[in-house]
Every structure is written in structure tokens, then in C-alpha cells.
Design a protein around this ligand. Structure first.
Ligand code: NFS
Ligand code: SF4
Length: 639
């Protein structure tokens, strides 16, 4: 089993390494074992050169030029690679946007008065966003504003608008550029459906045209579905403010009922948090001999809860199997996305119950308690009770929680960052202008067993802050950096002198947790606000993005909308596009002349930090700010 690998090579995180060793001892199969069994993975698929879009196929293109160069229909490598990438982006954008729609429906229920599970939590934001959507908020009750806003936002999913409403947040030059390129996102569902249409055999047979529409589709995620998810979550559950909580497997408690909340949608987890405070349930837990009920987060549901409620974080993507092996997890409740089907099997080796909750995300072998926003709290209580019941089945000898949790800060919404800056982005802009902060980078995205767990995130982040680049994080990257101790104000000691001084003055960490993956839209909003403040476009700013350990289709959509919004982005895992030189050339180079930014691929975080530093200094030069010669920043050599 996992013993095939040396555990040190698999994870940079101490808690994970210990559990990986245990998995090997106890013959429990993990993601790393399954990856090894898949090797060597298919070369055609890795290059993006296989197509099964119709039943004249499946087809594949020979990358060496000896075999077929066209599919049965005549599609060449460029078309096949572009079509596959388009479908990947559409799947990712759809996942984010459908999550946004689910939360939007909850807002509609609140507005219609047919649920008491939720209420408007941030009235100010409700009004601000409603005004952006052209809703008159004067003398109106918040319930009515919520209903009208939800209705208007639903229109952004459809086909009646020609432009998404949140585009009003985009700097003017960029909006004009998108219009010129004909990639202004219209309806969220529309762009995704159009991808499926265009990639059907015999529709869009021009790889450039396919890729441009892929950008448009990703923009419908970033400035559409995901942005709706973030804003409506803030309205319903509160806009995050800085708070300190804890992270790693040490957040599980041997003497308490432990319930992990895993997935992405905060709707259910929010009611579970309230349900866990129910005195009757607390009493029930005590009667079973537990000291109380301990909720912990996993992946982005965990991020949502940590941002708004300070709920401790058990871990990121590659921890989801390992957390069960602590023997102390009584139940794992899942909503959707990034939940490996294998958790049910691992749970089968322990007393842990896996509870699925969304009818669109069922797991064979798990208990299904269907979520219904109209009966939210009642269902939340049922789930907490299920965890309490399982506590009695725990085998004390198999409980092994040894790591001490690490403190980390979360809660840096754009609103709270601006507040920390004293009410305006000016101090940040001044620090960037003076060169105390060189620029900012978003280090985001997943874990992938092909990259040493957490190593990509933490190494890149360390190198960037050492060089006075402010880092913002979301998703599994936030968890990795938090566990590594980089997200407390004291971590400013590891930063360069300029960044250290500013963090000290503001009392903030050098690495700011901006939320879950849909919350990458907070980064877009911040970048747009900086550009608008300076009267320029986003691509002119000394900013960069990175996804050092990405795995998910959602990450591809994020990367695409970040680049289309004008931010250079470095990927740590090679996307399946290398079967077409033309597609690679366009994405890695050509896009610079189209949207002012492009992608790079670099698996070694030491090297990607250099790429980002060079890029940021180049942008500084172009802005006429004091800059280091990009060519003088040396690229580390392979040993
Ligand atoms: Ni983002 Fe969050 Fe993690 Fe990747 Fe999955 S949990 S939405 S997709 S793996 S960062
Ligand atoms: Fe083959 Fe063309 Fe059908 Fe794809 S669409 S499977 S390349 S025939």
C-alpha cells in the first residue's frame, strides 16, 4: 500500500506523513496508492490528444507524427486539444456556478419567507449589491430586497441579458477589450451550454475561436457564478472579518464527538454549526460520555466556516482520507465537489459514518440525509445526532491524534482588508509604489498527489514573502500555508524588510486568507479596485497568480478567468494541452497580445517564485516604479 513510497516524499505536512505511515501499516489504500496503480497514465490523454466526443471515435492523434494525425471526422490535434480544454473549463465553471445558484435559491427562500433556517446577516451588503443590480432599496424591508435581488441574479444565469451585472466592477478598459474580442460573458448557463454545443462534432472547428469562447465561459464563472456565490454567502452568513482559529489533524478532540464538514457549500454547514449549539444535543453527547461536540472543517466548506465562524480546519484535499484514520472522526458530512468516493471505503475500516446531503451528490455506501433549505435547522440537528450516536462505536485504542494544532488567521474579505488599511487602498498602493511591497500574488488551488502535498504551496509562498511580495490565498492553498504557520502576524518575521514593516504596522500576517475557491472572486474585486483607484487596467499592475498543486476542473476555469482578467498565472501541474504546439503557444505567449496576460507551467515552486518575481518587476518597470532588473533574478539550477 502506501508503503511503496517514502512518506517524506508524499507530504510536506507532519500530520499527513504520520497518517500515511499508518495507512501503510494497516494496509489502507489511499490516493497515493491509487495514483501508483494508474501509472504509467495514458500518454494521449495527458497530451490532450484523445477524443471521444462521438461514436465514429474514440480517436487519438499520434504525437510523434508516425500514426494518425486526424480523428475520423478530420479534427486535428489543435481542434481536439482546444475542444478538450473547453469542456474542462465548462465543467469547472458549471460546478462553481451551480453552487452559486444553490445559495441564490436559499436567498430567494429567505425573501419569499418560506424558510426560517436562514436570514439576511449582512444588511449593508444586501443593499449595496441590490443597488448594483438596479434595485431600489429605499423604504424596503430587507426580506423584499432579498427576494428582488435573488430574482435579478437568477436572470444572470439565463439568456435575457447581454452582459453579466457584475461586469460593472471591471475596469472600463478591460470591459472594452472583452467587447472587442467578443468574449463579454452574457449568461452564466448560456456560456457553458454553448461550450457543449461548440465542441459537439462539426460545430466550432477553429481552435482559436474555441479557446476565446473558453475564456468567455471562465469569465462567466469568475465575474458571474462564483461572484454570486461569494456575495450571496456574505449576505446570508456574514461578510468575513479577521479571526484566529486552528488547523491540522490536531483539531480533532479525543474526548469529544468529532464531526467533519467537507465539500464546498456553506448552506448546510452553517445550520450544522447552529445545531451543534443546541442544549439538548449537547446533553445527549455528554450522556454518551463525550465532553461536547467538536466541529472541524475540510476543504472549502471548511474555509467558509473558518472565514466566518472561526471553526478549526482539519485539512485540505489530500487530508480527507487521512482524517478518518485518526480513529476519532465520528461522522463526515459532505455536500459536493472534491469529495473522493474513497472516503466511504476508508470510513468502512473505522466507526466513521459518511453522510451525504445533496441529491445531486450521492455516494454508494454512505447514509443520505437529503438537505432541504426550507427545513435547514431540523436536518442539521439530525446530522449532529447521527455523529453523537456514532461516538459510542469509537474504538479508543485506535484513536491517534498527536499533532498540536497550529494557529492561523482567516477572514480577510476585501472589506476587512480595506478596513485594516484604514478605509482606502491608498496605503497599499503607496507601499507598492515605494517598493516596500513589490506587488501581490495569489497562491491558490488544490492538492494533487503528483506534487508533494503542501510543498508547492508553502515553498512558493515562503519565497514570495521573503521577497516582499504580499501573498493572498484561498482554497487548499490557504490550509497548506496555515498549517505551515505562515498565516499569523508573527510570520512577518519570515518576510522581507518592507513587507515585514507593513504587516507589523497593520497587525496582519504576510499571507492573507481570502476564503474558499469561489472566493477567488474577492481577489478579482481587489485587483479591479486597485486598477480603478489608479485609473488603469488590471494587466498593468504588479500582480500574479499561481496554482502550484492544482487538480480540479474548477482550477482550470479559475486560471482562465484570472488570465482573461489580465493576471499572469503559473500552474504547477501540466495541463493536458501539450499535444498541440499551437494551443500551447497561444496560452503561454499569444494571449499576452490578446488579454495582456498568459499562463506558464512550472512544477518546481523554487522556479515559479522566480518567474513571478521577474514578472512583478517587469510590471513595476513598465509603470515607471523603482524596479529590480528582471534578468538579474537568478533561476535556480537543477542539481
Ligand atoms: Ni478549489 Fe475547494 Fe481544494 Fe481544489 Fe477542491 S477543495 S474549490 S478545487 S481541491 S482548492
Ligand atoms: Fe473522433 Fe472526431 Fe468523433 Fe472526436 S469528434 S471522436 S475526433 S470522429
Amino acid at each position: 500500500m502506501t508503503g511503496h513510497f517514502k512518506d517524506k516524499e508524499l507530504s510536506a505536512a507532519h500530520d499527513a506523513r504520520k497518517m500515511i505511515r499508518l495507512a501503510a501499516e494497516e494496509q489502507i489504500e489511499t490516493v497515493w496508492d491509487r495514483l501508483q496503480k494508474q501509472e504509467p497514465q495514458c500518454g494521449y490523454c495527458s497530451l490532450g490528444l484523445s477524443c471521444r466526443n462521438c461514436s465514429m471515435g474514440p480517436c487519438r492523434i499520434d504525437p510523434f507524427g508516425d500514426g494518425p494525425q486526424k480523428g475520423v471526422c478530420g479534427a486535428n490535434a489543435d481542434v481536439i486539444v482546444a475542444r478538450n480544454l473547453a469542456r474542462t473549463i465548462a465543467a469547472g465553471a458549471s460546478a462553481h456556478s451551480d453552487h452559486g445558484r444553490d445559495i441564490l435559491e436559499a436567498l430567494y427562500h429567505v425573501g419569499s419567507g418560506d424558510t426560517d433556517a436562514y436570514q439576511v446577516n449582512d444588511e449593508l451588503k444586501l443593499k449595496q449589491v441590490a443597488e448594483e443590480f438596479g434595485i431600489d432599496t429605499n423604504n424596503k424591508e430587507s426580506k423584499d430586497i432579498a427576494r428582488d435581488l435573488a430574482w435579478e441574479m437568477m436572470e444572470d444565469f439565463g439568456t435575457r441579458k447581454n452582459e453579466l451585472t457584475f461586469l460593472s466592477r471591471v475596469p472600463q478598459p478591460r470591459r472594452e477589450l472583452w467587447k472587442k474580442l467578443n468574449i463579454t460573458p452574457r449568461g452564466i448557463d448560456r456560456e457553458n451550454v454553448e461550450v457543449l454545443h461548440r465542441t459537439h462534432m462539426g460545430v466550432d472547428n477553429d481552435y482559436v475561436n474555441i479557446l476565446l469562447h473558453s475564456l468567455r465561459t471562465s469569465l462567466s464563472d469568475g465575474w458571474g457564478g462564483s461572484m454570486i456565490a461569494t456575495e450571496v454567502s456574505d449576505i446570508l452568513f456574514g461578510t468575513p472579518v479577521p479571526n484566529t482559529s486552528k488547523a491540522n489533524l490536531g483539531v480533532l478532540k479525543a474526548d469529544m464527538v468529532n464531526l467533519a464538514l467537507h465539500g464546498h457549500n456553506p448552506m448546510l454547514s452553517d445550520v450544522i454549526v447552529r445545531a451543534a449549539e443546541d442544549p439538548e444535543l449537547k446533553k445527549m453527547a455528554e450522556e454518551k460520555g463525550a465532553k461536547g461536540i467538536n466541529l472541524v472543517g475540510l476543504c472549502c466548506t471548511g474555509n467558509e466556516l473558518q472565514m466566518r465562524r472561526g471553526i478549526p480546519m482539519a485539512g485540505n484535499h489530500l487530508i480527507q482520507e487521512l482524517v478518518i484514520m485518526t480513529g476519532a472522526l465520528d461522522a463526515m458530512v459532505v455536500d459536493y465537489q472534491c469529495i473522493m468516493p474513497s472516503v466511504v471505503e476508508v470510513a468502512g475500516c473505522y466507526h466513521t459514518e459518511v453522510i451525504s446531503t445533496f441529491d445531486k451528490a450521492k455516494f454508494t455506501g454512505a447514509r443520505h440525509i437529503p438537505f432541504d433549505p426550507e427545513r435547514g435547522l431540523e436536518i442539521g440537528k439530525e446530522i449532529v445526532k447521527a455523529a453523537i450516536d456514532k461516538y459510542s462505536d469509537r474504538v479508543p485504542e485506535r484513536v491517534r491524534i498527536s499533532d498540536l494544532p497550529v494557529e492561523m488567521m482567516a477572514g480577510f474579505s476585501v472589506e476587512s482588508i480595506v478596513k485594516a488599511l484604514g478605509g482606502s487602498p491608498e496605503p497599499l498602493v503607496d507601499a507598492i509604489k515605494a517598493g516596500n511591497i513589490r506587488g501581490a500574488a495569489a497562491v491558490v488551488g488544490c492538492n494533487n498527489p503528483k506534487i508533494k502535498h503542501d510543498y508547492g504551496h508553502t515553498t512558493l509562498t515562503r519565497r514570495l514573502i521573503e521577497n516582499d511580495i504580499l501573498v493572498v490565498v484561498t482554497g487548499c492553498s490557504a490550509v497548506a500555508n496555515g498549517k505551515a504557520g505562515l498565516m499569523m502576524p508573527a510570520a512577518a518575521e519570515l518576510a522581507g524588510d518592507g513587507l515585514k514593516e507593513i504587516c507589523g504596522a497593520l497587525g496582519i500576517p504576510p499571507v492573507l486568507h481570502m476564503g474558499s475557491c469561489v472566493d477567488n472572486t474577492r481577489i478579482l474585486v481587489l485587483a479591479a479596485a486597485l486598477a480603478n483607484f489608479l485609473g488603469t487596467d488590471i494587466d498593468k499592475l504588479p500582480l500574479a497568480g499561481a496554482a502550484p498543486e492544482w487538480y480540479s476542473e474548477k482550477a482550470v476555469s479559475i486560471g482562465a478567468y484570472v488570465v482573461a482578467s489580465g493576471i499572469y498565472t503559473v500552474l504547477g501541474v501540466q495541463p493536458p494541452i501539450f499535444g498541440s504546439q499551437k494551443v500551447v503557444e497561444l496560452l503561454a505567449n499569444g494571449l499576452n497580445d490578446v488579454v495582456g496576460a498568459a499562463f506558464a507551467v512550472e512544477p518546481d515552486p523554487e522556479k515559479s517564485s522566480v518567474l513571478i518575481r521577474r514578472h512583478i518587476e517587469k510590471k513595476r518597470q513598465e509603470l515607471g516604479l523603482p524596479a529590480i532588473d528582471p534578468g538579474s533574478i537568478e533561476m535556480p539550477q537543477d542539481d
